[in-house]
Design a protein around this ligand. Structure first.
Ligand SMILES: Nc1ncnc2c1ncn2[C@@H]1O[C@H](COP(=O)(O)OP(=O)(O)O)[C@@H](O)[C@H]1O
Ligand SMILES: [Mg+2]
Length: 1033
């Protein structure tokens, strides 16, 4: 409803509160640190990686609900000591709820929004859990109290509605009929603004009634989520309380709408890879939340006086419905909820930024009067006049009889009209109460059943939706599945549920479960196919991911806490059965690496999603399979550091064996798109809608979330250490190419050949004792990739090919070898000449401490080769790649003065080099002579230019040095290859990697040491030689 602008209006800023919750189990297990602190209404958040980096935000209210609380006998969380800082549900209501109630009673519209990442406490604050009632139920309680208190002055009518916005569809959560496909329509009217057409508004006259309706709504939400395979964290829950107050004495009516919105999870799927998903824009799932952000930004700009052309209210359903709450006729409060943990820092910071913008928005709220009520007022006024005239006529005797009759008729007519307007409410209320009594009877019945029979209880990822559905297993035999035709069937819906999925038998107070052929049943983490007897608190997973807790006969139920069997528990148990678990001993102790825990939780979060994706793929005949993999990022680091691990999803087409690797973010995004496709397909199947759109199976490829163009796939990496180049020592290696899971993908023969600028290999004479001699000089070398052997990728399917890609030092673009196809042991014979014209300390440091990472790319049927882009790559006319030039930090055009200066420097260098060259040549000459006299033959090497060794002792020392280097490196390689056995769990993996990286460090130190001692040895030899021969004196 839009109220006319009146002079009563005033500007109100959106009030913003922040609240931080206690650590949850995951965060506690991870040894999480609290990164937020609060002082009065300000909040500080600290970057866990840079503790100096703190951000301060100020809001209207800041609630510390993180610590300093205890649970009282009723189960309420209360401050540990009276007057403690802990903000409980009551104190939050005092500040926010009372204000909203006050506003509503005055006739203003009011809106309360809860914003924050999934699991941060939005629903806890809005709805609450168990005895810890949230803002909505408390508000209703107080509202009906206030109504009671003001009974004498006004008549009040309360209407309750509850809906959900999921994927831009509005679903009425109180609807009794079947769901309309495509959701309810949102319409716009001049007077009312945007509104939802045809949603159920239920008249209420007690808080219990409202609570019960909320329960009903939550139940609908839960079943809709499992039936449609939708995720509640992606949906917005909207409760609308309409309050009408009729002040009979003053003949005014006030009407206010209270919008209570539990928003979808605010988390953004940060793409970990650089790739942006082709279908990123295609998803409408988060459209409403994104648009809300845009609207808030625009309005915040308006508030600071920026010119804003357009506020995009119309871009999404949510913002249409909240138009009056944002920058319009409403008094609005936002509660932003935060996780305290360091691992949520990024999300929490983004929530705080969002809230800060919201706080600038200005609304213009007015007291509302509706036309219907004005009519009553007018009718009443007219009646009053009529009555006056009547009484006057009464005194004037019989003459007025006719007029009196007419007036009386008018009067009755008016009164009837007034009655009609008012009794409508009474009537509706009566109907609603009947309905409510029916529901109430159902609930009482359910409570009784719970005390008599075993049952299964739904467990949802969203704690708010857990424990809502109870399915009773009474004496006898019960089919559980999609089918609901027989009276002895328990109907459930969900992904991968068969018509007749399993059979429960309840005989002699023992309950067994028998899966039907072809259906998936998991009990306590293990697949079962035989009849299994169920124990109290067994965990059942039916189909892809319908999770239930089995509750035995009341006699078996102890006082245990069922709350521990939450969704995480189910998934961890399942992961443990797959061999991925965190050891019991590690739980709760801070020894487990938090990054490893993060991977573990990613894994258990994605696991059910992968199961669901596979099920959808199967049902839609998509012929792709999804599988989770743990990718080790260490392998891609040029310094070989042990970085974090990451979860990726391997997608394989079952027929053509094409492979794709999706990042976690991409998979999560795609999964939601798959759900959309699946939901549409289901709707078509059930014939509910044969409306718009193609059948899901025939979805055009560019819109198909199961499909992607075939691309080269990164199979693994090999590291070629560059240190030998710093000494101008050639290096030949057999490298193991390791896949991201530590698998051996291939063996690669590679060389590093120091050479002159024409590409001629240097000899032993050119070996440097001190790498710093290279400083400022030109260094040429070639990277040779000779052959690749034992390619697993090709062995798996012959119609594939490979390429290697690599990038050296500052090169902006990777270079690729030409593609080779169909060969398990292809010859590559790829030689690239690199040069640094002016070797800098930085390059020298790089050579001494880094490896060139050789990426093995898999090509598959239908994909194009990777080509080296030469854009921004510096090359000489002879095709030599320049990897280092002075001043890469100063790419600005140099002026001619600078140029001539550097030319002069270069000339000087050249001169210097020339003189060095001549002296070296002289030295060579004399050494050769000495050698000849000592009668000594030169060694040779694989067709390269053979030069006689200049100094046997010298050369030997260098060889020893070189060999020791290679042997140490080989040892290193072996270490890197050293892998845990197939069945090791994640913790085992972790221990091994830790051990490995420690050993690696030791080895590289050893290497360093051998380099420096040998350097000293060689220097000593040279010194001795010098002294002995006197040739350099
Ligand atoms: N202030 C709080 N005090 C105690 N527990 C909380 C608090 N806020 C949230 N929780 C708990 O954290 C979990 C997630 O909260 P929930 O409100 O469902 O998150 P959201 O709705 O934001 O996804 C629930 O188990 C809830 O009980
Ligand atoms: Mg929630």
């Amino acid at each position: 409803m839009k109220a006319k602008a009146s002079d009563m209006h005033s500007k109100d800023c959106v009030k913003v509160a922040v609240r931080v919750r206690p650590f949850n189990k995951r965060e506690r297990d991870a040894g999480g640190h609290c990164v937020v602190s609060m002082a009065s209404s300000s909040i500080t958040i600290q970057d866990p990686r840079d503790p100096q980096n703190r951000r301060l935000f100020c809001f209207d209210y800041a609630y510390w609900s993180h610590s300093g609380f205890s649970q009282d006998r009723r189960g309420l969380y209360v401050p540990e000591e009276a007057g403690g800082r802990y903000a409980d549900q009551d104190s939050v209501f005092q500040d926010l709820g009372e204000g909203i109630l006050e506003n509503a009673l005055q006739g203003y519209n009011a809106t309360l929004l809860a914003y924050g990442q999934t699991g941060s406490g939005k629903s806890y604050s809005m709805v609450g859990y168990g005895p810890n009632k949230g803002l909505v139920p408390k508000l209703c309680e107080r509202l009906f109290e206030a109504i009671g208190e003001n009974k004498d002055t006004r008549q009040c009518q309360v209407f309750f509605s509850m809906m959900e916005i999921y994927n831009e569809q509005v679903i009425d959560l109180l609807s009794r009929g079947s769901r309309t496909s495509g959701g309810l329509r949102v319409r716009e009217e001049q007077q009312r603004g945007f509104y939802v057409e045809g949603f159920r508004t239920v008249p209420c006259d007690s808080a219990q009634q409202v609570e019960q309706l909320m329960e009903q709504g939550t139940r609908t939400r839960t079943t809709a989520a499992t039936h449609m395979n939708a995720n509640s964290s992606r949906s917005h829950m909207l409760i609308i309380l309409q309050l009408k107050q009729i002040f009979s004495k003053e003949s005014i009516t006030k009407q206010s709408n209270i919008n209570l919105v539990d928003l979808a999870g605010s988390e953004r799927q940060r793409s970990s890879g650089s790739e942006a998903d082709r279908l990123k824009e295609g998803t409408a799932i988060n459209l409403s939340l994104t648009t809300l952000g845009n609207v808030i930004s625009a309005l915040a700009d308006v508030a600071v006086g920026k010119r804003v052309v357009h506020v995009p209210y119309r871009d999404s359903i949510l913002t249409k419905l909240l138009q009056s709450a944002l920058g319009g006729n409403s008094r609005t409060v936002m509660i932003a909820t935060l996780s305290p943990a360091d691992i949520c820092y990024e999300e929490s910071l983004s929530t705080l930024r969002y809230a800060e913008r919201a706080k600038r928005i200005q609304n213009r709220a007015v007291v509302n009067e509706s036309p219907t009520e004005r009519l009553v007022k007018e009718l009443k006024a007219e009646n009053a006049k009529l009555l006056q005239r009547l009484s006057r006529l009464g005194h004037e005797g019989r003459r007025a009889h006719d007029e009196t009759k007419e007036l009386r008729q008018l009067l009755t007519h008016n009164e009837l009209q007034i009655k009609a307007i008012q009794t409508l409410w009474e009537q509706h209320l009566q109907e609603a109460l009947k309905d409510w009594e029916q529901q109430y009877a159902n609930i009482t019945q359910e409570r009784r059943m719970m005390q008599m029979h075993p049952y299964i209880l739904n467990v949802n990822e969203d704690a708010q939706l857990s424990g809502v559905v109870k399915l009773f297993i009474q004496e006898g035999e019960w089919d559980i599945g999609l089918g609901d035709s027989s009276p002895r069937s328990v109907s459930i819906k969900g992904l991968g549920i068969q018509e007749r999925h399993a059979v429960f038998r309840n005989e002699q107070r023992r309950v067994t479960l028998t899966p039907q052929p072809g259906s998936k049943v998991i009990v306590n983490g293990h697949d079962v196919s035989e009849t299994t007897e169920l124990q109290h608190l067994d965990r059942l997973i039916l189909g892809s991911n319908c999770t239930y807790l089995f509750v035995g006969y009341p006699s078996e139920r102890g006082g245990e806490d069922w709350g521990r069997y939450d969704y995480d528990y189910f998934q961890s148990e399942l992961a443990a059965a797959e061999g991925i678990h965190l050891g019991e001993s590690s739980a709760g102790c801070s020894q487990t690496d938090p990054s490893l825990l993060a991977v573990f939780y990613d894994y258990i979060k994605l696991m059910p999603m992968v199961a669901e994706a596979n099920q959808m793929s199967q049902e839609l005949n998509k012929e792709v399979e999804f599988k989770l993999e743990i990718k080790n990022l260490a392998l891609s680091d040029s310094k070989g550091h042990d970085l974090e691990k990451e979860i990726v999803v391997r997608v394989t087409s079952t027929e053509r064996k094409q492979v794709w690797m999706w990042s976690k973010a991409k998979f999560v995004n795609r999964k939601f798109l798959m759900e959309e496709v699946y939901q549409q397909h289901q709707a078509e199947q059930t014939g509910v809608s044969r409306a718009e759109g193609l059948p899901a199976a025939a979805l055009p490829r560019d819109k198909d979330p199961f499909w992607d163009p075939v691309e080269p796939l990164l199979l693994g990496y090999a590291h070629l250490w560059l240190q030998s180049l710093a000494f101008r020592i050639p290096l030949e290696e057999q490298l193991e190419v390791l896949g991201s899971e530590g698998t051996e993908e291939a063996i690669l023969q590679a060389q590093l050949v120091p050479c002159n600028f024409t590409g001629l290999p240097l000899g032993e004479d050119d070996i440097l004792i001190d790498p710093s001699e290279l400083l400022g000089r030109r260094l040429d070398f070639q990277l040779v990739l000779e052959q690749c052997c034992g390619l697993r990728w090709i062995r798996e399917a012959r119609n594939r090919g490979v390429q290697f890609g690599f990038r050296l030092f500052d090169c902006s673009q990777p270079l690729y070898t030409p593609a080779v196809w169909h060969n398990v042991n292809p010859l590559l014979e790829h030689r690239v000449h690199f040069a640094s014209l002016h070797t800098s300390q930085r390059l020298l440091d790089y050579l001494q401490s880094s490896a060139v990472v050789l990426e093995l790319w898999g090509l598959q049927d239908g994909c194009t080769d990777l080509v080296s882009s030469l854009e921004g790559v510096r090359m000489t006319t002879e095709g030599v790649f320049i990897i280092d030039e002075e001043g890469p930090t100063n790419p600005a055009p140099v002026n001619s003065a600078e140029l001539s200066c550097s030319v002069r420097a270069l000339q000087q260098d050249v001169e210097e080099l020339k003189s060095v060259n001549t002296s070296l040549r002289k030295e060579n000459q004399s050494l050769r002579e000495q050698l000849n006299t000592a009668r000594n033959g030169g060694g040779g090497g694989r067709g390269r230019s053979v030069r006689p060794s200049s100094d046997a002792e010298f050369a030997r020392a260098l060889k020893v040095f070189y060999h020791s280097m290679t042997s140490v490196r080989a040892q290193l390689q072996r270490l890197r290859r050293h892998r845990p056995s197939e069945e090791s769990d994640l913790l085992g993996l972790r221990l091994i990697t830790d051990e490995q990286s420690r050993l690696l460090r030791d080895f590289s130190e050893q290497l360093e040491q051998s380099v420096s001692t040998l350097k000293q040895d060689v220097a000593a030899i040279v010194r001795r030689k010098r002294e002995r021969s006197g040739i350099w004196s």
